[in-house]
Write a protein that binds this ligand. Structure first.
Ligand SMILES: [Zn+2]
Length: 273
């Protein structure tokens, strides 16, 4: 095929993609200062966006953004990096603050996140202990309020999986999944969702290949990795290619996975009570 034909194909693909509904299961809109970019993503078709907080301030911002934009839903929580700085009374204070948000803004909050463990950030056993302690408390909150969790893991997947098992949380999104195949398979067996960022790699492709599409969700993790939620298109395209299905069909399945996971639109006009 000549270059012109190829270009035409790309153009047609792009046009086609633009009409397809997409969902972004994890991002940080509080870090995107130009709100126009978010509106562009929505206009492009990203009609469901879950934005995560990493502490009290950013969780409040996530809720605020979700109140201003009907396509955006909030997850609230304290992430492992912030957990490093909390000890003693500050731990319970932090947990109580998040609990306060859950009680007062429950209709816009669809999950607890971002939470988890990050051993690239924890330097010694006492810091790891702080992260584990906060992670466990966030999982308890999720169980208490019957909310799904968005979990961050760096070089800590074994501990993440064992704590999740211990706590018994059922609805788990392994955000920016970086585990190995065995861990992916264990997660699939438990019914967890493996979340795929818009970064292509052969390891990621082999995991996508061996995990059922019903256990996959697309995320942009913008602006940390993707630029805006629109970049979930790259995750969806990668999943479609590996699964050997149409982009449209992959998008449709992944949107419904995301909505089901976060209980979005379960009933008309219903978010969560
Ligand atoms: Zn994140």
């Amino acid at each position: 095929m000549g270059m012109r034909g190829l270009v035409k194909d790309v153009e047609r693909e792009t046009k086609r993609a633009q009409k397809v509904e997409l969902a972004d299961a994890h991002c940080h809109l509080d870090l995107i200062t130009d709100h126009q970019l978010v509106l562009e993503a929505v206009n492009y078709g990203v009609l469901t966006i879950v934005t995560d907080g990493i502490d009290l301030v950013t969780s409040k911002t996530a809720i605020r953004i979700s109140q201003l934009n009907k396509n955006v839903y909030a997850a609230v929580g304290i992430d492992p990096e912030k957990a490093l700085y909390l000890e003693g009374m500050l731990v319970n204070r932090g947990v109580e603050d998040i609990k306060g948000l859950l009680k007062s803004n429950s209709e816009r909050i669809v999950g607890i996140g971002e939470i988890g463990l990050d051993y690239t950030k924890a330097k010694d056993s006492s810091q790891i202990k702080r992260q584990k302690n906060m992670f466990e408390k966030m999982l308890d909150l999720a169980n208490e309020f019957e909310l799904p969790v968005s979990v961050h893991s760096r070089e800590s997947m074994d501990d993440v999986l064992s704590i999740l098992k211990e706590k018994g949380n059922k609805k788990v999104q392994l955000h920016f999944f970086e585990g190995n195949m065995q861990q992916a398979k264990d997660s699939e067996r438990r019914g967890y969702m493996i979340s795929i960022p818009p970064i292509d790699s052969s390891k990621r492709r082999s995991i996508i290949k061996d995990i059922a599409i019903d256990n996959l969700m697309p995320e942009s993790d913008s602006p940390v990795v993707g630029a805006t939620p629109k970049d979930v298109e790259k995750s969806v395209r990668m999943i479609a290619e590996v699964k050997g299905i149409d982009f449209e069909r992959a998008a449709e399945t992944l949107v419904s996975n995301t909505k089901r996971f976060f209980n979005i639109g379960a009933k008309p006009g219903f978010m969560r009570s």
